[in-house]
Design a protein around this ligand. Structure first.
Ligand code: ZN
Length: 279
């Protein structure tokens, strides 16, 4: 979750960083072109950091601390499996969303995994959600969600398609996983346990390893080795009605309702929504 009072500050920071980023991206891209071998680079994105604590005002457990710890555990697990791992942050610092995206996009053979925890005013809200935006990211989202939601004691809140900035702007398969609600006493207690954060990291890693074994219409004819992971159904929250194909009845009704309320075109509405929320 991204507190709205940080929005302006982020816009300001983003404009300051434009010049820096253009240089950064070029340099990174040159470097990446040299080592785009067989190894997949996993760009791990620990949500929030620095002055951006994450979550909602008054939240007891700092989201930024939980995301970093899971990210660091995931880094270790994936490195042990032979992946090259890049962290968008590896300490308690603020990294603008544009920089996170630029890092992911500088590796041609990368996948991007953003780690977050959820929050809500209602303490009873709980469960695991996994977000994607670009269609080529659905197998990765399916695999990660299959393992994380399957391995967690929390309820399954499904895979969701939504235009979060880091999912929309990345040019590589990108997923954002919400590893439970820190405003839910039960899930917050789990999250504060090292062994549980380790389990989360291992389940996410299992999803990364299994992303090419996801069955369903979007996969190629490649024969899956080992366990076949079912393509997960998802809830479409993009609110863009025209270009969608795989919509469920439920999400269709939702978009229709929202469209009536708003006078803005659907595209700019989705844009505004994703600008104001990081997940
Ligand atoms: Zn978050």
């Amino acid at each position: 979750m991204m507190p709205t009072n940080l929005y302006r500050l982020r816009l300001f920071s983003a404009s300051l960083l434009i010049a820096f980023l253009s240089t950064f991206s070029t340099t990174q891209a040159k470097r990446a072109s040299h080592d785009s071998g067989s190894a997949t680079t996993v760009v791990i994105d620990a949500g929030h950091g620095g002055y951006d604590r994450g979550g909602i005002p008054g939240q007891m457990v700092a989201e930024k601390e939980m995301t970093l710890d899971v990210a660091q555990r995931l880094k270790k697990t994936l490195a042990e499996s032979g992946y090259r791992v890049v962290m968008t942050r590896d300490s308690d610092v603020f990294v603008p969303l544009g920089t996170r995206v630029a890092i992911a996009n500088s590796y041609s053979n990368a996948i991007f995994v953003s780690i977050h925890f959820n929050s809500a005013k209602r303490s009873g809200a709980g469960g695991i959600e996994t977000y994607f935006f670009n269609r080529e990211s659905l197998p990765l989202a399916s695999a990660i969600h299959y393992f994380v939601a399957g391995g967690a004691p929390s309820s399954n809140r499904s895979v969701r398609r939504r235009g979060y900035y880091v999912l929309r702007k990345t040019t590589v398969p990108a997923v954002l996983v919400e590893c439970g609600f820190l405003t839910n006493p039960t899930e917050a207690a789990y999250a504060q346990t090292a062994s549980y954060r380790q389990k989360l990291a291992e389940e996410i890693a299992a999803g990364v390893r299994g992303r090419n074994s996801v069955g369903g219409a979007l996969t190629t004819t490649r024969v899956a080795t080992g366990e076949s992971i079912p393509l997960q159904p998802y809830i479409d929250q993009t609110k863009v009605a025209k270009s969608e194909r795989h919509k469920s009845k439920r999400s269709h009704k939702k978009s229709a309702r929202r469209k009536k309320k708003s006078s803005k075109p659907a595209g700019s509405e989705a844009e505004a929504a994703s600008k104001n929320q990081e997940g």
